[in-house]
Every structure is written in structure tokens, then in C-alpha cells.
Design a protein around this ligand. Structure first.
Ligand code: ZN
Length: 317
């Protein structure tokens, strides 16, 4: 029996000494820690009398607590700047029914994740493949990889849903962007690195006449699967972290920050397989010369430094 207690004590000490345990301990002691759990809120879609998504008056449904540990874990793996952003939130919504993966509402401020993604505990590979294929006539409902369309093999060796980690980071990045105006196309801004206007990519950052991809609500149709090799070939030589980032400067900032944060974790891998053995390795792409001005800008945001002066020209890798 004494042996059992000795093992239990050693296990407890090891657990308390681990970075994860220390981070959770820090969280419990921080002014934010006590309130973060109470902000996690499972909700139904807004009623007509409510303001819309992000409405803080919506009641938190029974079952909200089931999602608390996911968000607390994500918090513990964040750098300081993202923790602060998460602590500013009034609500972290889990939307019972929603058409996209998540959203950020600066009016709250709040962020949200689609419940289904959490309930299915999707890996980063599963969720990212589903989302990528949406832009190429993939299925909106089933999280299934369609043959012949690009798919993603990813690894994020953390004890938390990779899909949730990605989505939460992306939405927090939107809120940070809103505060600093990074996605405004203006001298010195993040957007000025790759965009000439809100809807016009700089031809030095990607090929001319780039077709704006659509993922969720698409009025003008999806990209043709026949264009997959051409489009990903261009992306692998360009200055964008993802296909999604080419939608507009706002998504460019949010996805670039997300991949920058993910790449801090040892063992992170994210590869887009786009047919005939061709692979766009985002991990390596992030280290390319073309991505460096953007990553330097993101790092300056995380460190609260003035962003570096943008280079007049973008090198293509
Ligand atoms: Zn977004």
C-alpha cells in the first residue's frame, strides 16, 4: 500500500512540474483564470429579436461546461499576447448551428466555434481537408475527404483538438487585427505586403488574375478541380500561408498569424497534397523568403513592437 502511495506522490509531483500543469496553475491564479470557464457558452442561433450572431444576451444552454476544458487547454498553450486577447473576451460561444467554422465579433468581444467540430473532436487534418475541399465543390455537410481533391496531412502534437486550436487562434487574430488595423491597405500595414486593394492581390505576391476562392456561402460558384495543380503550384511560389488567406487581407492576416502560432510547436506539420504526389508543405513554406516580411510583422504584433518597415519588393520562393 505504501508503495502505491509513493507512486501516486511521484506522479502528482511530475504532473505539477510539467509545463502543462504549470500553465494551468498560472491560469488559475491569473485574474482571467477564474472567469474564462464561465465565458464558455453553448448557444442556439439568435432569435429575430436578438442582434444576430455574437448577441451576448443569448442564454448559455445546459452542456456549456462540457466545452470548458478545450478552451482552457488552448489558453495554456498560447503565448502571452494571445492569452491577453482571450482574457478580453466576454463570451466564448459554442454555436449549436452555424454555417462556418467560427467567427469573431469585436462588438462583444466574443468568438465562436461551430459545435459539431468540437463534438466530433476533429483532428487538424480532418477539419482542414474538409474546409479546403469546400472551395472545390467538396461536401458542406460530411467531414469526408473526396477523391481527386486536395487533402491535408497535419500534425499538431498537443493534447487538444487541432481543429479547435486553429479556429480559436484564427478568430482571436481577427480581433487583434481590428484593434491595430493590420488588414487595412495602407502604407506600413500588414495588408500592404501582399495587397494593392481590398480585393486585389499584388501580382508580386501571387499570380495575376488570381480567382478569389469561396468556402462557405458561395454565390459565384466554386473553383474548378481541374485548376488544382495550377493554383497550388502558384501558391507554393507565392507569399500566402494558405488558399483561404488569398480571400482578402483580413483572412490573410488571420491565417498567417494562426500558422505562425502553430509553427511554434515542435512537431507541427501541415502539408497540402494536391495530386500526382505533389505536396505544398506549409511548414517549409513559412520559412521561405517570401513569407518572412509577413512573419516579422506578426511577431511584432505578438511582441507589441512597431512592425518592421515593409520591403518594397517581395521575393518569390
Ligand atoms: Zn476568418
Amino acid at each position: 500500500m505504501r508503495q502505491v502511495w509513493r507512486f501516486a506522490l511521484v506522479g502528482l509531483l511530475l504532473a505539477l512540474g510539467s509545463p502543462q500543469a504549470r500553465a494551468e496553475d498560472d491560469l488559475a491564479r491569473s485574474p482571467c483564470g477564474g472567469t474564462l470557464a464561465a465565458k464558455v457558452c453553448l448557444v442556439d442561433p439568435p432569435t429575430r429579436s436578438q442582434r444576430g450572431i455574437g448577441d451576448l444576451r443569448r442564454p448559455c444552454l445546459p452542456g456549456s461546461r462540457d466545452y470548458v476544458s478545450t478552451f482552457l487547454r488552448i489558453y495554456t498553450f498560447y503565448p502571452k499576447r494571445l492569452r491577453e486577447e482571450m482574457c478580453r473576451l466576454k463570451r466564448i460561444f459554442v454555436e449549436n448551428s452555424f454555417w462556418a467554422s467560427g467567427y469573431a465579433d469585436p462588438g462583444g468581444p466574443s468568438i465562436a466555434v461551430r459545435r459539431e467540430i468540437l463534438d466530433r473532436n476533429l483532428t487538424l487534418s480532418q477539419w482542414a481537408t474538409w474546409k479546403e475541399q469546400l472551395s472545390f465543390e467538396g461536401s458542406k455537410e460530411a467531414y469526408r475527404s473526396a477523391a481527386g481533391l486536395p487533402f491535408i496531412s497535419a500534425a499538431l502534437p498537443l493534447p487538444v483538438s487541432g481543429a479547435a486550436y486553429f479556429i480559436v487562434t484564427h478568430e482571436l487574430a481577427h480581433l487583434m487585427d481590428r484593434d491595430i488595423g493590420a488588414s487595412k491597405v495602407a502604407p506600413g500595414s500588414f495588408a500592404s505586403l501582399s495587397w494593392r486593394a481590398k480585393n486585389k492581390i499584388d501580382t508580386q505576391a501571387l499570380t495575376a488574375d488570381w480567382p478569389r476562392p469561396c468556402f462557405y456561402l458561395c454565390r459565384r460558384g466554386k473553383l474548378k478541380p481541374a485548376r488544382v495543380p495550377e493554383l497550388y503550384g502558384a501558391l507554393s511560389r507565392g507569399a500566402f500561408a494558405s488558399l483561404y488567406a488569398t480571400r482578402n487581407p483580413t483572412e490573410d492576416f488571420a491565417d498567417t498569424m494562426t500558422f505562425h502560432i502553430l509553427a511554434r510547436h515542435p512537431g507541427f506539420r501541415y502539408r497540402v497534397h494536391y495530386g500526382d504526389g505533389r505536396v505544398w508543405d506549409i511548414g517549409r513554406h513559412l520559412d521561405s523568403a517570401a513569407m518572412q516580411p509577413k512573419r516579422a510583422f506578426i511577431e511584432s504584433v505578438l511582441q507589441r513592437r512597431d512592425p518592421p518597415a515593409p520591403n518594397a519588393s517581395h521575393s518569390m520562393n
